[in-house]
Design a protein around this ligand. Sequence first.
Ligand code: BDR
Ligand code: CA
Length: 329
Amino acid sequence: MSSEQTTVPVIIDTDTAQDDCITIIAGMMDPVADVRAITMVAGNVGFDQQVRNAHLTLNALGRLGEVPIHLGCRRPVLVPWVSAENVHGDGSGGLRMDEEGLTTEAEHGVDALLRLTAEEPGEISIVAIGPLTNLAVAAIKDPTFPARVKQLVIMGGSNNGRGNITPAAEFNFYVDPHAARIVFEAGFDITLVPWAPLTLQDAVFKRDQLAEIEALGTPLSEFFGRVCSSTLAFDESVGIPGTTHPDSLSMAVLLHPDLVLRSSRQNVAIECDSELTRGYAAISWGVHGLEPNAEVIEAVDGERFYTYLRDILATPTQPNRPFRVGDQS
Ligand code: BDR
Ligand code: CA
């Protein structure tokens, strides 16, 4: 970081498993970021396992207890919760540690989002890498909330591309489509990091890159290999040639916007009423005269993004507690 570069205060709103863990690592290790809080939302795996995964991640960093973890909404607004355990296992690759004395905050995640942004209006950005339930509930509870958030980077949707949980929908928007609709209509300054084609094109780490990360031999590279193991197996079984990193790309794009090669302001609207296309993100492409409500990222420098994460994973850390490898239940 140059001496003139200011830090970016950020809250990570997460359903912590696999790449959500890597996002926390990027946020905590990148000197540009100042991570103020982690807020947990129902998504990838069981809620309590997600909290465990966040603690495991902070442990790998040697920074247990340094960032408050606030528990947010334990289910979507209207529809029952759907998990991605078939993709991520428990999201930690079966890692365990002694959990004695680990704590989370008494304050609810939604209230933490409201309080932190009220204490510093217009200063704090949010990287939202799970279903948007916490953000939607916060915006309902306090309609002045969206204007207090500096930048909201959302991982979700596909840009006229394939879904990953249904043919039409990406997981985060599918799980809580009503929340996603509320958020896109709430007036946030949104940057959108979609699944397809962006993630599949620029944020897949291939076998040779994974081997390079493994060879680093640091606690963070070992942790990376572990938490990404289930996802790698799943991805390869569906024809994706490596591990997918849309969540950590969202953090990287916030902290280093010069990674972005192409983006455009578009209208993003979320389908809530159709069973077939539930959670579909209808993203305009500039010809329909629709009012833009998001900056949609279309291409990033994938090689630089990989190098960015690899260099972070190469940095030695001292985990607070020894890890054990258990089963994934
Ligand atoms: C999104 O769903 C989750 O499984 C990932 O963490 C990412 O946020 C991709 O569809
Ligand atoms: Ca996620």
